[in-house]
Design a protein around this ligand. Structure first.
Ligand code: DHB
Ligand code: MG
Length: 228
């Protein structure tokens, strides 16, 4: 029997989660306070944080941009994978969510590595210089992902890491009539990513599906043939 792919089930996800460092007391308290503040519990999974942290370390990330802060859970989780002088800029449209995230970032162990920028991705991404960023994580409004990806590709350095959340469309990827209004935008984005020049990316089945890609290094010029 061929094992090109093993069907990943809920049992596999639970198995993976049981073998991942769970949230620490601080992140548990953040989620509790967020629930009390009426912030929706649409967190990335702890094992996804662990995986993204590993990827950030592998690319030696020092400068990271996140689009979509929510309550700051993933920003704090990712910032923990950066060196002490690293910096993660996280962009959040909702003033309420941005204020909550700022408060919790300030109380966290990575307060000096995280800045919360209030506004949309289209407001803030243009202000980052070409090639100045090591990693980008998209986790905001899905209809804008293609635009965020285009900007992300501009600000990533060659060899930089691109990640995007929710490739499985909140579990509704294959639903004929998805109830989530953003599911069609996720499908469009999933079809768009493989067409993006200079990006090598694959959907990793962790959490709700995580796009992971690398911005290609420019092709090296061919060596000149030696003249006779
Ligand atoms: C939902 C989940 C997410 O991770 C996200 O970025 C947006 C929405 C959801 O479950 O609705
Ligand atoms: Mg998400």
């Amino acid at each position: 029997m061929s094992h090109t792919s093993t069907l990943v089930t809920g049992a596999h996800f639970a198995y993976i989660a049981q073998r991942t460092q769970p949230d620490d007391d601080f992140l548990i308290a953040l989620k509790k306070a967020a629930a009390a503040a009426g912030i929706p519990p649409i967190w990335v999974a702890p094992e996804q944080i662990a995986f993204m942290g590993i990827l950030l370390r592998l690319v030696g990330a020092r400068r990271v941009v996140e689009v979509g802060t929510l309550a700051g859970y993933s920003a704090i989780g990712m910032a923990r994978a950066l060196p002490a002088d690293g910096k993660l800029s996280t962009i959040e449209l909702s003033p309420k969510h941005a204020a909550f995230a700022r408060e919790w970032v300030a109380k966290s162990d990575v307060a000096n590595r995280v800045e919360v920028l209030e506004g949309g991705g289209a407001d803030h991404l243009p202000h980052f210089a070409d090639g100045s960023i090591d990693a980008v994580f998209l986790d905001a409004d899905k209809a804008s992902y293609p635009e965020y990806l285009r900007e992300g590709m501009r600000l990533l350095r060659p060899g930089g890491l691109m990640m995007a959340d929710n490739a499985f469309a909140f579990g509704q990827l294959f639903d004929q009539h998805p109830t989530d209004r953003e599911a069609p935008a996720v499908r469009r984005f999933n079809d768009f990513v493989p067409t993006v020049a200079g990006l090598d990316a694959v959907i990793v089945p962790i959490g709700d599906g995580l796009w992971v890609g690398v911005k290609r290094e420019p092709a090296k010029p061919l060596p000149q043939p030696a003249l006779e």
